[in-house]
Design a protein around this ligand. Sequence first.
Ligand SMILES: O=C(CO)[C@H](O)[C@H](O)COP(=O)(O)O
Ligand SMILES: [Fe+2]
Length: 221
Amino acid sequence: MIKLSPSILTSDFANLGAQLREIEEAGAQMLHLDVMDGSFVPSISIGLPVIRSIRRVSGLMFDVHLMILEPERYVEEFREAGADLITVHAEACTDLKKTIEKIHACGAKAGVSVKPATPVEDIFPILDQVELVLVMTVEPGFGGQAYLESCTEKIRVLRREILRRGLYVDIEVDGGIKKDTTLPVVLEAGANVIVGGTAIVNGNIRENTEGFLEVFRRFEP
Ligand SMILES: O=C(CO)[C@H](O)[C@H](O)COP(=O)(O)O
Ligand SMILES: [Fe+2]
C-alpha cells in the first residue's frame, strides 16, 4: 500500500492544530515529524514537547525522522512522546544494530535512513531487521529543496534487493517530492511511503493531499 506522510517542518506553527486536522481529514495516513539537532544537520527544528502535544490531538501514525547524532540516547523518550515509527540515520549511529534493537524493545517500528551520498548497499546487512528504509532525496536539514535525481537509482536498487530477499520493508522517500514531477518518478522506482513537505502544507492542504492520493491510485497494484 502506498502511504502519504506529510511533513509539518514548514508549517505555520501558530496554526498547527488546524493544519493537523486538515491533513488528517484529507486522508493522509501518517505524519512525518522532523527532529533536527543543529549538529547532524545545520538547523534545529521541533522536539519532544511538540510531539507530546500533538499526540493528544492526532490519531495518525507518527513517523519520527531523527536527524540527530547518537539517536540511541533518545529512543525511549520519543517512543513515550508518541512515536509509532522511529527512523534513525545510519550515518548518525555509533551502533546501528543496537539502536534498531532499542527501538523495537520499546515497541516502535524501526526505520533506517541514508543521506544522498551514502550508498544504499551500506544498510543491506540490516535490511531484514527494519520495517522501513528512508531514502533521503535531498540533503537533510531544510524543507523546500530540489529533488536530487541521483537518488532515483538508489530507490530502484533497494526495491530490487527487498524483492530478491522476499522481505516486507517499506521504502520511504523524503525531500523535493512534487505531485506532477518527482512523485511519479519515485513511485515508479518502488517507493511506497511518500513524505510531502512544502508540496502539502504550503497552500491548500486538502487539495494538495488529494492531488497526491490521486497519483497514488495510478500506481496501486
Ligand atoms: O527531512 C526533511 C528535511 O531534512 C523534510 O522531511 C523534507 O525536506 C520535507 O520537505 P520538502 O518536501 O519540502 O522537501
Ligand atoms: Fe524528513
